[in-house]
Ligand binder design. Structure first.
Ligand SMILES: [Ca+2]
Length: 294
């Protein structure tokens, strides 16, 4: 599909984000993910989702533990891969948030985090990520919070792969509420911040029609579970994440957030994957190493 603009206000359930699991849509104009839950566009292939451009998500993360995440998932649904996280919570208990760029390093997950100094949960923020050739810029409430120039993926229109927009929560002590999602492809004009809604209904952006949700893709959550399981069977360990890459000038003070997203997606109809066991393993991993990964 082309690199379509998207504006989703969640006035009608999960809207353009078709792959939903355990999402609370009881309040018009927003969605809330708590416990184990996921919501994303269908990752049906390398051209799924979106490419170069500016992504803006108005969301409130609650809690001070890893759990909630704004995740741009690889369009081909293969992980490790070119996952770009627009907001997550650090594992050090500080409640700080960060953005993260993942890539496949010879079959292992690798990533470059950027801490969002001064950004905390409990209130709505405008999280923004601009993806362009060789450069990813993270902003929160219009303020630049970090730039990544190493291992920046190439989008589908330029010979690479797109990413799908998604949200996850995998912790009973955290949640994420999203009130607006906006994507403007590169060259589509300047971006204007959406009004701060605090969760109330925001007026729709005057943009191109939303891309229709695709129903033809693989079952994403099951694929994630299968990958985690395969990794475990191959290595005898749930922990395949290497030490965080320190390339690109990561702050020495940065914590070492692990690959937080892959294991968190529950399988709505999987009979083979025991998500509770995976969650327990993640918790054990965290207690043993201080890192959340699988
Ligand atoms: Ca809304």
């Amino acid at each position: 599909m082309p690199n379509n603009a998207l504006s989703e206000s969640f006035d009608n359930g999960t809207g353009a984000l078709g792959n939903a699991w355990n999402v609370n849509t009881s309040v018009s104009g927003q969605v809330t993910l708590s416990g184990n839950s996921g919501l994303m566009e269908w990752a049906s292939g390398r051209d799924a989702g979106h490419g170069y451009g500016t992504y803006t998500v108005t969301a409130k993360l609650d809690g001070n533990q890893p759990g909630p995440a704004i995740v741009l998932w690889p369009g081909d649904n293969q992980w490790p891969g070119q996952e770009i996280d627009m907001a997550e919570i650090t594992p050090d208990g500080s409640g700080r948030q960060y953005g993260n760029v993942h890539w496949n390093n010879n079959g292992s997950d690798a990533y470059t985090p950027r801490i969002y100094d001064g950004v905390y949960g409990g209130t709505f923020h405008d999280y923004q990520m601009t993806w362009e050739a060789g450069r990813i810029t993270f902003r929160v409430d219009g303020v630049e919070k970090g730039v990544v120039t190493d291992h920046v993926p190439t989008d589908y229109d330029h010979g690479g792969m797109n990413n799908t927009i998604g949200f996850l929560n995998n912790n009973p002590n955290t949640s994420i509420t999203v009130s607006h999602v906006d994507f403007r492809p590169s060259g589509g004009g300047s971006w204007t911040p959406p009004p701060q809604t605090g969760g109330s209904t925001a007026p729709s952006q005057p943009s191109a029609p939303s891309a229709p949700a695709q129903q033809t893709g693989p079952v994403d959550w099951n694929a994630l579970a299968a990958q985690a399981t395969a990794n475990y069977e191959a290595t005898g360990s749930w922990s395949s994440a290497p030490a965080p890459a320190q390339t690109g000038g990561s702050s020495a003070a940065a914590p070492q957030p692990a690959a937080p997203s892959a294991p968190s997606a529950p399988a709505p109809q999987s009979g083979a994957t025991d998500w509770n066991a995976i969650a327990a393993q993640m918790t054990a991993n965290h207690e043993a190493t201080g890192n959340w990964f699988i």
